[in-house]
Design a protein around this ligand. Structure first.
Ligand code: CTP
Length: 416
């Protein structure tokens, strides 16, 4: 599964040219790469290809009229402009390029383009003499100077009969340009990353259980960041507060035992393992099948230790090392503490034999369970490696993955 545009919203603007039919292929490729595509067609475009075609491919109504406001709670062109991660105009006629260059806003597409702050990509298509006309050249230069990216037209047989430059770039070329722009570099391409997230649930009886405060946000942020960098992500998650990100293999588990089985069975295929789940250390010795009734006397809960997944991964890796294996997964463990961060982090690193520990003081505000941000310190075998300021969990994930890349990148030829 490689869907580099997952979670991204792209506005596809189609203007009135014969190459309009290629916009259907472009739309279909973008959808298959995971993008949510919102199509805006000019009146001219609708003469060449029907909005219904694009609606069916994008699975969303197509906008053609700036005054056709269907949802009273929003202003559509502003709403779409705000939601866009990128706008691509393909094909772009000489007229649409001129309107963009001069800031005209007389239809849905040109109005939306003025409201957009996301990157804009333009794929022109026109007759060779039109493309070379000084007015068009000026307009293209003006837009390029404003940061608009052009996917240059190709040379070949033009619909008007001429042979020359002006043919709309092939949809595949436009797609690679979009992926490059939107997804940026994909340094983890080809790497398999296993991430655990959330808390586990240890059943006492059918209506009661033991769990913890983990929201799964940190693990989900790792899954998103690794996915965005091109990794094939397996996300094993327990009790969480939100839905897992798209574009990853998500596996839902309940107890620590289930998480153990889910992780260990997938371990041999992984290049990187990130153990951000808060796994319960204990479970009730007996899980009653009927509801426990209260009694007068004190009720004690008999708990037994759960298997330590991270520790088992560390042991497994040690065994592989002893067998002379050289391609071993990189293991990242976590330590959530309230005191003596360094001491406990280093103890976990040595005991559980991980390559890196991401430690945080959960008593600090802006760090730990349920928050949008985290404040972490990273430890490796030599001790404190890096102390990060308060960052969004996604940024924490990226900084940690940066370190992982630096460690494994050289031998695997991965580059940031
Ligand atoms: N972990 C695990 N399996 C367990 C328990 C913990 O894989 N049964 C992992 C967590 O995913 C995390 C790290 O181990 O990466 C946390 O270490 P742990 O020793 O469990 O932390 P605490 O339980 O908070 O440790 P302590 O009770 O020693 O403070």
């Amino acid at each position: 599964m490689d869907k580099p545009l997952t979670g991204k919203t792209i506005i596809l603007g189609i203007t009135g040219g014969i190459a309009g039919y290629k916009a259907a292929t472009l739309c279909s490729r973008l959808v298959s790469l995971g993008a949510a595509v919102r199509v805006i067609m000019t009146e001219g475009a609708t003469k060449f290809i029907t909005p219904l075609t694009l609606q069916t491919i994008s699975r969303h109504p197509v906008a053609t009229d700036v005054f056709d406001e269907r949802d009273a709670s929003i202003v559509q062109h502003i709403d779409w402009a705000d939601a866009a991660d990128l706008v691509v105009v393909a094909p772009a006629t000489a007229n649409s390029i001129a309107k963009m260059a001069h800031g005209l806003a007389d239809d849905m597409l040109s109005t939306t383009l003025l409201a957009v702050t996301a990157p804009i990509l333009v794929a022109p298509a026109m007759n060779v003499h039109m493309w070379e006309h000084p007015a068009v050249v000026d307009n293209v230069e003006k837009l390029a100077a404003r940061g608009v990216t052009f996917v240059e037209p190709g040379t070949g047989q033009l619909a008007c009969g001429y042979v020359g430059k002006g043919r709309l770039a092939e949809p595949d070329e436009i797609v690679s340009c979009i992926v490059e722009k939107i997804a940026g570099s994909r340094p983890l391409r080809g790497q398999r990353v296993l991430i655990t997230a959330g808390g586990t649930i240890e059943r006492i009886d059918p209506v009661r259980y033991i769990t913890n405060d983990s929201s799964g946000k940190m693990g989900f942020a790792f899954a998103e960041a690794a996915r965005d960098w091109g990794a094939e992500v397996t996300l094993i998650y327990g009790r969480v507060d939100s839905t897992p990100p798209q574009g990853v293999h998500a596996v839902s588990v309940t107890s620590a035992d289930e998480m153990y089985e889910a992780v260990m069975s997938r371990l041999p295929e992984q290049d990187i393992v990130i153990k951000s789940a808060a796994v319960a250390d204990y479970r009730p010795r007996l899980q009653e099948t009927t509801k426990i009734k209260k009694k007068d006397e004190v009720q004690a809960l008999d708990l037994v230790r759960n298997r330590d997944i991270l520790h088992s991964i560390g042991l497994w890796k040690e065994q592989l090392k002893q067998q002379g294996k050289t391609t071993l997964p990189f293991i990242v463990g976590f330590a959530a503490e309230t005191n003596d961060l360094e001491k406990y982090a280093m103890d976990k690193l040595n005991r559980k034999k991980c390559d890196l520990i991401v430690a945080n003081d959960v008593s600090q505000s802006g760090a730990g369970f349920g928050t949008e941000t985290n404040i972490v310190s990273l430890y490796d075998a030599d001790g404190l490696l890096l102390q990060l300021p308060q960052l969004s969990k996604k940024d924490v994930a990226k900084r940690v993955l940066d370190i992982v890349l630096a460690r494994i990148g050289a031998e695997k030829g991965l580059e940031r």
